[in-house]
Design a protein around this ligand. Structure first.
Ligand SMILES: [Fe+2]
Length: 381
């Protein structure tokens, strides 16, 4: 496995197998001397986490960890994390994990010294300017899955524990100063998580590619991201220790999140409320709702997806692409409908009301309404 690179777009990325060994240098580059590693409960006891703590200690950075983070992190997790951060006199965060650890870690570094409530900094207009930028601590991000791409993002998703609504919290300085993309950290991911997180990366690339906004750089990144997922997700799923496939999936994840500056769409607008209400896995949910959304958007995306199909080596234009998605889901053992993940039809009105307020709606190529979202939920469930 010879892929190794240093990138500074969209931020500094140390990419390559074994590069978690550079955690000390990464913290030094970010100006962090007393880091708090933030991760989720599931990862806390895994060998990759122990190894990272050992590396931190060997680099003279201590081995402080906060892991009381739920699968869908909320403001209570954040409060608890900030307390540990302040009590430990930390000066930066190592955000370590899948979406949960990365997102909450970034928020601890962002919010530790802010005066306002975290909800004041929701990604609406210029609300981020309400924050005191000088009081934001640096963070180093270390992804352990290949899907969310949160390691290259300037925002985190936080669930309101009372309303169960997921909010996007944004500030440019939330972007990790340094990222370590070490595919060896993803080798132990169980198959369903490899599949679900991989489909999240695919959904990011797909929705960014189909969004009508003008962003040609994102367009190119999204297209190549789709190709990497097409080529390497089945391989990573079939053999979790296939390091080359794991590496390319790690790239695809970072590319998806880079590309979706261009916009997301109905897949995420449906997936966010479903995840918030039923705690379903984000990427898996995206994969389940993908076919109804593709069908619904068809009039607006047919030409575009025909172009993409040509690049991806899929024949048959839009129909060929649609069939490819169905086959990919099947190969990854992803269910066809949300009912298989425990979702009923009794709360569709509530889900549609949440979906129409989701910022992802803005990037959908066909205008979304409560009525058509309701129909999409029916088809998906
Ligand atoms: Fe996503």
């Amino acid at each position: 496995m010879s892929i190794k690179a240093n990138w500074s777009y969209p931020t500094a990325i140390r990419f390559g197998a074994g590069r978690i060994a550079e955690i000390g240098e990464a913290c030094a580059a970010a100006g962090i001397k007393r880091p708090l590693l933030v991760t989720d409960k599931g990862l806390a006891s895994l060998p990759i986490t122990a190894k990272t703590l050992d590396l931190m200690e060997a680099a003279g950075l201590g081995r402080a960890m906060f892991s009381a983070v739920d699968p869908n992190p909320n403001e209570k997790n954040l409060e608890a994390g900030i307390k540990v951060f302040k009590d430990g006199n930390h000066d930066g965060v190592i955000a370590f994990g899948g979406g949960s650890g990365l997102d909450l870690g970034k928020m601890v570094a962002f919010m530790a010294d802010q005066k306002g409530s975290v909800w004041d900094y929701e990604d609406i207009g210029d609300w981020w300017t309400r924050a005191n930028a000088d009081a934001i601590y640096p963070n180093v991000a270390v992804p352990t899955t290949a899907g969310t791409g949160s390691e290259v993002g300037r925002a985190s998703v936080l669930t309101n524990s009372e309303t169960h609504v997921k909010k996007i919290i944004f500030h440019p300085k939330v972007l990790p100063s340094v990222v370590i993309c070490d595919p060896e950290l993803t080798v132990g991911m169980p198959k369903p998580i490899t599949a679900g997180t991989g489909m999240d990366a695919f959904a990011h690339c797909l929705e960014a590619f189909c969004s009508p906004h003008y962003h040609p750089m994102s367009q190119g990144i999204a297209l190549e991201g789709l190709r990497l997922v097409k080529e390497y997700l089945p391989r990573a799923y079939a053999d979790g220790s296939d390091l080359e496939a794991r590496a390319h999936m790690m790239s695809a994840a970072a590319m998806g999140a880079t590309a979706f500056q261009k916009g997301l769409g109905a897949i995420h607008a449906l997936s966010h409320p479903l995840g918030a209400v039923y705690n379903t896995h984000h990427g898996t949910t995206n994969a389940v709702v993908m076919p109804p959304v593709l069908r619904f958007n068809r009039p607006a995306i047919e030409d575009r997806l025909t172009q993409a199909s040509a690049y991806l080596g899929i024949s048959g234009g839009f129909d060929g692409f649609f069939d490819y998605v169905l086959k990919l889901r099947e190969d990854l053992a992803i269910p066809d409908k949300m009912s298989a993940l425990g979702v009923g039809t009794d709360r569709i009105d509530e889900l549609a009301a949440m979906a129409i307020d989701d910022p992802s709606c803005g990037g959908n190529p066909v205008e979304l309404t409560v009525k058509n979202l309701t129909e999409l939920f029916k088809q998906s469930i």
